[in-house]
Design a protein around this ligand. Structure first.
Ligand code: NDP
Length: 246
């Protein structure tokens, strides 16, 4: 992919799953990759070593996306150490589910802090020093556009907030030639959504291509948007869901 060598990429939630697949693609393309994680220190260290094996600089940072000040500080420290961030990937997210009547205000705050506020916080922290040609790519969900069960209300609500944010920020960043886009995966085989459960069987029954995607499927789209070939794509939502929303 063109135009990714020596770019500084910051990915939230890169220790495993989709975020790790995205990190691998950027490292393979020659980018410096800094990623955050919340809890899985051992896996984050393994992932950092894997990225370095591509011959690039890489660093894992433990920072809870729910902690806005810590996230701002991590980004500020990254800029001091590696230079301005060229590409931000807002990937970290959680999937709460349950009956509407049982949702607590604490659960509401947690999902909004991680899935929404952290996207705002990280984007806000990078744009001040982001150069022309920069990229902001957030990972939403196809469940922002459809609901297939009655127990993912908070999740759908949080991911649909990213649609409005993406459109508005794309307009604000256009004069600086920074693009802002939203990628909405469908079912992807990760620890958040394993492909070998009854729920997975149900999701497959809703899809045009009745199979789960991989983190690498999503990573391919993300690096395309980040590359020089993606320079005219901004303010849009790209759903990559095996036709589940078709
Ligand atoms: P996983 O649960 O497999 O991985 C989540 C990653 O995010 C891990 O690296 C985890 O770190 C990190 N993370 C979670 N919470 C926090 C936090 N509070 N602060 C910092 N990092 C955190 O999820 P996926 O890879 O499946 O999902 C990635 C994104 O894609 C999410 O935004 C999700 O909503 C979205 N998505 C996923 C779909 C799927 O089917 N898998 C479908 C549609 C969207 P740690 O290892 O330390 O816990």
């Amino acid at each position: 992919m063109k135009g990714l060598t020596n770019k500084v990429v910051f990915i939230t939630g890169g220790s495993r799953g989709i975020g790790a697949a995205i990190a691998n693609r950027f490292a393979a393309a020659g980018s410096t990759v800094i990623f955050t994680y919340a809890k899985s220190s051992h896996r984050a260290m393994e992932q950092e070593e894997k990225l370095k094996s591509f011959g690039v600089k890489a660093m894992a940072i433990q920072v809870d996306s729910a902690d806005s000040v810590a996230l701002q500080t991590a980004i500020s420290n990254t800029i001091d150490q590696f230079g301005p961030i060229d590409i931000l990937v807002n990937n970290a997210g959680i999937y709460p589910s349950g009956d509407f009547a049982d949702i607590t205000l604490e659960a509401f705050d947690e999902v909004m802090n991680i899935n929404v506020k952290a996207v705002f916080t990280a984007s806000h922290a990078v744009v001040k020093k982001m150069a022309e040609g920069g990229r902001i790519i957030s990972i939403g969900s196809n469940l922002a556009d459809i609901t297939v069960s009655d127990d993912s209300i908070l999740y759908s609500m949080s991911k649909s907030a990213l649609q409005g944010f993406t459109k508005g920020l794309a307009r604000a960043m256009g004069p600086k030639k920074i693009t802002v886009n939203l990628v909405q995966p469908g079912p992807i085989d990760t620890e958040m959504n394993p492909s070998d459960t009854p729920w997975a069987d149900f999701l497959r029954s809703r899809m045009a291509l009745p199979e789960y995607g991989t983190g690498d499927d999503i990573a391919g789209l993300v690096v395309f948007l980040a590359s020089s070939e993606g320079k005219y794509i901004t303010g849009t939502t790209l759903t990559i869901d095996g036709g589940m929303n078709a």
